[in-house]
Write a protein that binds this ligand. Sequence first.
Ligand SMILES: *[C@@H]1O[C@H](CO)[C@@H](O)[C@H](O)[C@H]1NC(C)=O
Ligand SMILES: [Ca+2]
Length: 323
Amino acid sequence: MGVVNVVLFLSFVSCISPQAWNTYDYMKREHSLVKPYQGVGTSIPYWDFLGSTMVTSNYVRLTGDIQSQRGAIWNKVPLSVRNWEMQIHFKVHGRGKDLFGDGFAFWYVKEPMQTGDVFGSRDFFTGLAIIADTYSNHNGVHNHGHPYISAMVNNGTLHYDHDRDGTHTQLSGCVAKFRNLDHDTFLSIKYVHDTLTVSVDIDNKMAYKDCFTVNGVFLPTGYYFGVSAATGDLSDAHDIVSLKLYDLTTPDDDILEDRANIMPSALYMEPPRDHVDDPKPSSLSVWKQLVLLVFGVCAICGAVFIGGLFYVKHKEQQRKRFY
Ligand SMILES: *[C@@H]1O[C@H](CO)[C@@H](O)[C@H](O)[C@H]1NC(C)=O
Ligand SMILES: [Ca+2]
């Protein structure tokens, strides 16, 4: 190939490559879990299992519809991709009509393979959690329904509070009725240029619908993906059909600063919801008090006015009697 040809070839490549890189079909095999889950015995390349996790030919079952189970699946390869999207094909189902739980969580954390209390995985984690909470633990004043999907970023110091369904540490969230559906259900977690977008495809329309977007989320590279689930007194089967990780890095992103050693953090957190357990009567009656005050003033004015009328009439009659 002559010099001219090389130059032509390079310019051709540099012309088409941004286009090619921008398409969403660049799946990273080493961070994905797709059928057939070929492996020797119970092992799957690139993935580790914990607890109650069971592999079948059609899904990976993290927990069965059985009480007190914890299961997880963890990617063995640390992530080097700066901008990415994880698409999770999942299924949550069980016999419970009104009572079921507890839910599952997607992780991008520093400490993989640790069983714990947060949907089967460790509390005080370092990294990102996307939590799909099916059971409402919070019986007091409640601001949202369930199932509920929320995001939490942690640097190892924050505790996930089940009693408040994590609402005091969440970045954002949305209600998503993904349970016991006959069609396929998907969750997408997209992290591009420090913006986290979570969307769901649960209406059988083959389209993702925004759950929430949060700017100013800072995550390092080099952490691990995982999905875990737990049941307690209540149960559900939590199945993962596939995990597909797409590299959304464009050539321009190569000049961005190295992110290997930053501490996970987020600029914006939702204001903590009220800690009130029982509604206090006085806090609700500001309007009532105002209305009562207005009525009171009107009543007094009315009484004074009517009283005045009677007084005037009375005086008139007295005067008439004199003459
Ligand atoms: C960890 O996060 C907490 C709460 O968001 C913050 O107050 C603290 O400064 C952070 N620590 C580090 C080492 O980043
Ligand atoms: Ca809950």
